[in-house]
Design a protein around this ligand. Structure first.
Ligand SMILES: *Cc1c(COP(=O)(O)O)cnc(C)c1O
Length: 397
């Protein structure tokens, strides 16, 4: 039998992939996925070495919590391992409806839809609401899946300068009159920088120009404002009409959601292709998220600990005080970031280098994230090592 790789078209395909890879390798932008065996909430094993994980988004360690694991196991025993089909075909298992009701209550909205992942939620929302002739304004540092959803919608997509409300308003003044509908997309907590969006001002501008705001709070729920999320970092809370998030980070599970009005959610249930044409999340993921949400709602001290540890770290390392558990140490070139990451690995810390296109060119960095399960002593040790890089960080600002 001939192998598929020996056919002429397959050979040209392989040659294409190999030359692309060689180009990425030359620019130090090739990525490799390594086997990582999680030992507990903060320790992982890679290449036979045990490392302390300082780059996970499982901020509360809930993916390892005994009650969360037990809930997932019970749901698997009761409902099976898979959902079987899209909810529009077979209906949804009761846990999904329960989680949607719980998330809506948690976010103070009338309704909620759970999706297969946060990425899928963002591929669903803008395309279901926007189309040709509409305008989407997106913060230049917003997450890749907000950009992907915006592009899929066929609306005109323009960026505004990061957290720059004057720039946002100038663009609305210029472009809004030509657009039928308008939408503003932003992270609540920026995933690679850890700063918060200026939501009260942003929502006021949105109201002045009749633009619908979608806030992606993937890194807010569970760790900002006692776990309530970035909207609650402000008084009064800054509540966007479209509040999206993930089950995959501090909730320790897998999935995504949109909390919004009943009419908006009903429209998405009918029209959103990443809901209609994909299989519903597995029962275990939904049960785990429900239990995690219980813990987030009842244990404020646990939710505050990751940001507290981040502040301790920054004080010790000579970095500016952070507002979230995400601390960027910007080093500039991809090679500098790779070098710093590999030195930390030698000392027993897993801190992955973040390079373009995840972050803009020239801003490759270490992105250090803190977990409620980390020890103070380990944090102080890491701060001592990172302090060697801190002066460069200040010079870069
Ligand atoms: C991780 C992330 C997502 C994607 O969520 P998943 O559930 O992992 O697909 C969306 N938005 C932001 C800001 C993220 O950081």
């Amino acid at each position: 039998m001939t192998s598929p790789e020996s056919m002429p078209a397959a050979a040209s395909l392989d040659a294409f992939a190999s030359s692309k890879l060689a180009g990425l390798e030359r620019r130090q932008l090739r990525r490799r996925i390594v086997t990582t065996d999680g030992l507990d909430a903060v320790r992982v094993e890679q290449d036979g070495r045990t490392l302390l994980n300082f780059c996970s988004n499982d901020y509360l360690g809930l993916s390892r919590h005994p009650e969360v694991i037990a809930a997932a196991q019970a749901a698997t025993a009761r409902h099976g391992t898979g959902a079987g089909a899209s909810r529009l075909v077979t209906g949804g298992h009761p846990l999904l409806f329960e989680l949607e009701a719980r998330l809506a209550r948690f976010k103070g909205t009338k309704d909620c839809i759970v999706f297969g992942s946060g990425y899928l939620a963002n591929l669903a929302i803008a395309p279901a609401l926007m189309g040709a002739g509409d305008l989407i304004l997106i913060d230049e540092l917003a997450h890749a899946c907000l950009f992907a959803g915006a592009q899929l919608s066929r609306a005109r997509v323009e960026t505004f300068r990061h957290n720059d409300l004057a720039d946002l308003e100038a663009r609305l003044v210029e472009m809004r009159p030509d657009a039928r509908r308008a939408m503003i997309l932003t992270d609540g907590v920026f995933s690679m920088d850890g700063d918060l969006a200026p939501l009260p001002g942003l929502l006021a501008i949105a109201d002045r120009h009749d633009a619908w705001t979608l806030v992606d709070d993937a890194h807010g729920v569970g760790v900002i404002a006692g776990g309530r999320g970035s909207a609650h970092a402000f008084t009064p809370p800054a509540l966007a009409p479209l509040q999206m998030g993930t089950l995959s980070k501090s909730l320790g599970s897998y999935g995504g959601y949109l909390c919004a009005s009943n009419a908006v959610c009903e429209l998405l249930r009918t029209r959103a292709r990443p809901l209609v044409f994909t299989t519903a999340p597995a029962p275990a993921s939904i049960a785990a998220a429900l239990k995690a949400l219980d813990l987030v709602e009842t244990d404020t001290a646990m939710c505050e600990r990751p940001a507290l540890l981040a502040r301790r770290f920054c004080a010790a390392a000579g970095l500016p005080a952070p507002v979230s558990p995400i601390v960027p140490v910007i080093l500039g070139s991809a090679s500098a970031a790779l070098e710093a990451s590999s030195r930390l690995r030698e000392a027993g810390f897993l801190v992955t280098a973040i390079r373009p296109p995840t972050v803009p060119r020239g801003t490759a960095r270490l992105r250090i994230t803190f977990s409620a399960a980390h020890d103070e002593a380990d944090i102080d040790r890491l701060a001592g090592l990172v302090a060697a890089y801190a002066p460069q960080q200040e010079a870069a600002e």
